[in-house]
Design a protein around this ligand. Structure first.
Ligand SMILES: Cc1ncc(COP(=O)(O)O)c(C=O)c1O
Length: 441
C-alpha cells in the first residue's frame, strides 16, 4: 500500500490525513468528500521553488488553476508564493475574489472573449498568454482604449507532443492551441506583437502535454523555443525576457506510474537551457513553469460511502459508491487509473477483487476496475487516492447529482472550503416554465 504525504493509518485502522481521521470527516461533512492534504501541497510547491532558487535561476512557478480552483485554494496559492495561471473569466474572477496579487496572474486560453480580455486589462494582470491572431489585435485594441501596456507571451506549438513515456515529434503540430512554429505563423505573430503599440512582448510559451515522466520531451521543446529565440534575435532584434515551459509533470496515481522528483525535471531542463544560452550568447530569460497536477494531484483524496453490490459469479464483483463520474470524470474520459483502500478498515486483508461503480445512469460510470479490496459492505468507506487534480474541477451535475464538499486538512485540523451542493443550489438557475398552452382544465 502506498501513502502520499501525511496519509497514514491510525490506531482505529482508519485512514488519517493531515492528522485528521477521514471517517470523522465523512461523518461530519458527508460523502463523497474531497480532502486536501495541505502540508503535501506546500511541499510540492516548495520543491519547485527551491530548485529554481538553488540553480540561481529567476523563475515564476505558476499554479495551473484548472487542476483545482476555489477561493480558498487561490488564497493558499498566494500564501505559498506561487503565481497563478487562469484560463477563463471565471477562474480570473475567483482569483480576484481571493484577492490574488494581479501582477502574478497569467491568462491562458485559445478563445478568450473580448469581455475576458477587457477584464484582464482592467485588472492589470501580470501577463496574457496570447494564443492567436484575433486575440493579438483584440487585446491591443482593448489596451489602447484603456491606455494600458499589457505584458504578453506568445503561445507556440513546437511540434512535440508528450504523454507519460512517449513523445511524438511532428513537423507541423495539429493542435488547436497557439501559433505554429514550423509554418512561420509564430514568427508573424512575434512581429505583430513586438511592434504593437500596447503590448509588451516578454517572450514565448509552450505546453507539450500531461502526465509526462521523462525530461526528453521538455528538453526538445525548450531546444526548439531557444532556437526560435536565437533566430528572432538575429532577424528582428527581439530578445525574450521570459520563457514559459508549461506544465505536465507526471505524478504517481498507481504503481505503474514512475514520475521524477520536481527537482530532476527542473534541473535537467535548466541545464540544457543554460548551455544553449551560453553557447549562443543570449541573455538568460526568466523561466516560468505552470504545473497543475504535480502540485495538487496527490494532495487530494476522495472518500465515498459504499452502497450496493452486484456479484456475477465467475465474472465480476461490482461495488457501487455514492459518487462517480460526477465528481471524477477522469476514468470515464481518459481511462484514468487510481488506487483505493477501505478508509475505515485500511489494515484488513484485501481478499476480494472488485470494480468500483459510480451511481450515474451510465454504464461507463466506473471509477476503478479490478481493485484488490477487503470484502466490503454497505456503510464501509472507500478512499480513492490522488484525486486532487481535474477531479472536483471537472465535477458536474449529470443526473442532477450534487457536487461534493471539499475540506482542507493540516496539523490535526480540518476546514470546509467548498460546501456540499444542495438540491436548492441545483435549481437556483432554473426559470419556471410559462405555459402557452390554450388547453384549460
Ligand atoms: C497551458 C497549460 N499549462 C499548464 C497545464 C497544467 O498541466 P498539468 O496539470 O499536467 O501540470 C495545462 C494543462 O492542460 C495547460 O494546458
Amino acid at each position: 500500500m502506498y501513502f502520499h504525504g501525511t496519509s497514514k493509518v491510525n490506531n482505529k485502522g482508519h485512514l488519517e490525513i493531515g492528522g485528521v481521521d477521514t471517517i470523522e470527516l465523512a461523518n461530519q461533512y458527508g460523502t463523497p468528500l474531497y480532502i486536501y492534504d495541505i502540508a503535501l501541497f506546500r511541499e510540492r510547491a516548495r520543491d519547485f521553488q527551491k530548485t529554481f532558487q538553488n540553480l540561481g535561476v529567476q523563475a515564476q512557478v505558476a499554479y495551473a488553476s484548472k487542476a483545482f480552483s476555489s477561493v480558498a485554494m487561490f488564497q493558499l496559492v498566494k500564501e505559498v508564493g506561487l503565481s497563478l495561471d487562469v484560463v477563463s473569466g471565471g477562474e480570473l474572477y475567483t482569483a480576484l475574489v481571493a484577492d490574488f496579487p494581479v501582477e502574478r496572474i497569467h491568462f491562458h486560453g485559445n478563445n478568450k472573449s473580448e469581455e475576458e480580455l477587457e477584464m484582464a486589462v482592467k485588472n492589470k494582470i501580470g501577463c496574457v498568454v496570447v494564443d492567436n491572431f484575433l486575440e493579438l489585435s483584440m487585446l491591443n485594441e482593448i489596451c489602447e482604449k484603456h491606455d494600458y501596456m499589457m505584458p504578453v507571451l506568445l503561445r507556440v506549438t513546437p511540434g512535440i507532443n508528450a504523454h507519460t513515456h512517449d513523445y511524438i515529434l511532428t513537423g507541423q503540430e495539429d493542435s488547436k492551441f497557439g501559433f505554429d512554429l514550423q509554418s512561420g505563423q509564430a514568427h508573424e505573430a512575434m512581429k505583430i506583437a513586438f511592434s504593437a503599440s500596447n503590448l509588451d512582448l516578454l517572450g514565448i510559451h509552450c505546453h507539450i502535454g500531461s502526465q509526462i515522466f521523462e525530461t526528453t520531451g521538455f528538453k526538445l521543446a525548450a531546444g526548439k523555443l531557444f532556437e526560435t529565440l536565437k533566430d528572432w534575435k538575429e532577424t528582428e532584434g527581439f530578445e525574450a525576457r521570459v520563457v514559459n515551459l508549461g506544465g505536465g509533470f507526471g505524478i504517481r496515481y498507481t504503481k505503474e506510474d514512475t514520475p521524477l522528483p520536481a527537482s530532476v525535471y527542473v534541473e535537467e531542463i535548466i541545464a540544457d537551457v543554460k548551455a544553449f544560452v551560453t553557447d549562443h550568447a543570449l541573455n538568460m530569460p526568466e523561466i516560468w513553469i505552470e504545473p497543475g497536477r504535480s502540485l495538487v494531484g496527490d494532495a487530494g483524496t476522495t472518500i465515498y460511502s459504499v452502497g450496493s453490490k452486484k456479484e456475477i459469479p465467475n465474472i465480476r464483483h461490482y461495488l457501487a459508491v455514492d459518487g462517480g463520474m460526477t465528481d471524477n470524470i477522469r476514468p470515464a474520459l481518459y481511462q484514468a487509473k487510481y488506487e483505493a483502500v477501505l478508509a475505515n478498515r485500511v489494515n484488513d486483508v484485501a481478499d476480494d477483487k472488485v470494480s468500483i461503480a459510480g451511481k450515474c445512469c451510465e454504464s461507463g460510470d466506473m471509477l476503478i476496475w479490478d481493485l484488490p479490496l477487503p470484502k466490503a459492505n454497505h456503510k464501509d468507506y472507500l478512499a480513492v487516492f490522488c484525486t486532487g487534480a481535474y477531479g472536483y474541477a471537472m465535477a458536474n451535475n449529470y443526473n442532477r447529482i450534487t457536487r461534493p464538499a471539499v475540506v482542507f486538512v493540516e496539523d490535526g485540523e480540518a476546514q470546509l472550503v467548498i460546501r456540499r451542493e444542495s438540491f436548492e443550489d441545483l435549481v437556483r438557475l432554473d426559470v419556471p416554465y410559462q405555459s402557452k398552452s390554450k388547453v384549460t382544465k
